[in-house]
Each structure stands twice: as structure tokens, then as C-alpha cells.
Ligand binder design. Structure first.
Ligand code: ADP
Length: 155
């Protein structure tokens, strides 16, 4: 018998949940895609955030619903407007790694007031650090973890 209270055991369990067990599939668009294409992708794939990648499939930007709404408010032609002029770009992108704690991600989502983070693996190429997008962790992922904890599904 450990002498730990129920609350202590619960805290321990929550502190062990990692991103890799709750991440979902990332939806990406190329940086040369149009705002119109991005809107279609967001509807078809049923996600709230798109990740923008370059020719070599490395992360260069993020598009939220509001980014696309804002771009649509003007009189510009959405089919000829590339997403890279409206996206949030590096170095302003907050990312996480598969081994990060879900609790740390939840804190970041609250502090930065955003809906989700891209899950990335860092790759060293030509002396540069590139990010390969491997997943997506969102408020929905955190909600799933919350329900798992309540249903005692965490071992
Ligand atoms: P919405 O704008 O649809 O409510 P968010 O709150 O997630 O969605 O996004 C708010 C702003 O923050 C947007 O401009 C978006 O590009 C940006 N953003 C979203 N996720 C991230 C992230 N992981 N890192 C940096 N910026 C982000």
C-alpha cells in the first residue's frame, strides 16, 4: 500500500498522459495553395486548423478558421491569393513533440488562446532544423483524455 490519496493517484495519472496517445491526423496544405483551396480543404476534412507545408513537406505556417474568414472579408480574389500571405508563420508557430505531456499542451492552449498545436519531429538537414508534421493535438484531444480519466481508462 502506497499511502497515496485518490487525488494524488489521479494527479500522477494525468501527469503521465503524453501527446502521442491522443494526437490525431494532421491536415496540411501546400504554401502555394490558394485561400479558396484552403477553405475547401477545411470543410472537406472537417478540421478547424490547417498546417501549411513547403515543397519538402516541412512546416512553414498555420491557418485557422478566422485567418480564412478574415481573408474572405476583402474584395480580393480568393483563388489567386496564396495562403502564405495570410498564414501565421515561423518563428511564431507553437509546436509540440509526441513525447510532450498533454497537460503542458493544455496549459499552452490556454495561455496562447489557440485551438491546437501541430505535433512535429525535428530533423537536422544541411545544418538547419526542419519540422516534419506528424500529428495534431487540439482541445478535442484534451477532452478525450478528460473523458478517459473519468472512465478510469488510464492505467
Ligand atoms: P480561430 O482563429 O479560428 O479562433 P485559433 O484561436 O486557433 O483559431 O487561432 C488564432 C490565431 O492564432 C490564428 O491567427 C492562427 O493562425 C494562430 N494560431 C493557431 N494555432 C497556432 C499555433 N499552434 N502557433 C501559433 N499560432 C497559431
Amino acid at each position: 500500500y502506497t499511502g497515496k490519496t485518490g487525488a494524488q493517484l489521479l494527479t500522477e495519472k494525468i501527469g503521465k498522459l503524453t501527446v502521442k496517445n491522443y494526437q490525431s491526423i494532421p491536415v496540411v496544405v501546400n504554401e502555394s495553395a490558394s485561400v479558396y483551396d484552403a477553405i475547401c480543404t477545411m470543410f472537406l476534412e472537417d478540421v478547424g486548423t490547417l498546417f501549411v507545408v513547403n515543397r519538402t513537406s516541412h512546416l512553414v505556417g498555420i491557418l485557422s478558421r478566422k485567418d480564412l474568414l478574415r481573408a474572405s472579408m476583402g474584395k480580393q480574389d480568393l483563388e489567386s491569393m496564396p495562403v502564405n500571405i495570410i498564414m501565421t508563420r515561423m518563428p511564431n508557430i507553437t509546436t509540440c513533440e509526441p513525447t510532450d505531456l498533454l497537460l503542458d499542451v493544455a496549459q499552452i492552449l490556454i495561455t496562447k488562446q489557440i485551438d491546437g498545436l501541430p505535433v512535429v519531429n525535428f530533423k537536422e538537414t544541411d545544418g538547419e532544423t526542419k519540422m516534419e508534421v506528424v500529428g495534431r493535438v487540439t482541445k478535442t484531444s484534451i477532452t478525450k483524455a478528460f473523458v478517459d480519466i473519468a472512465n478510469n481508462k488510464i492505467v
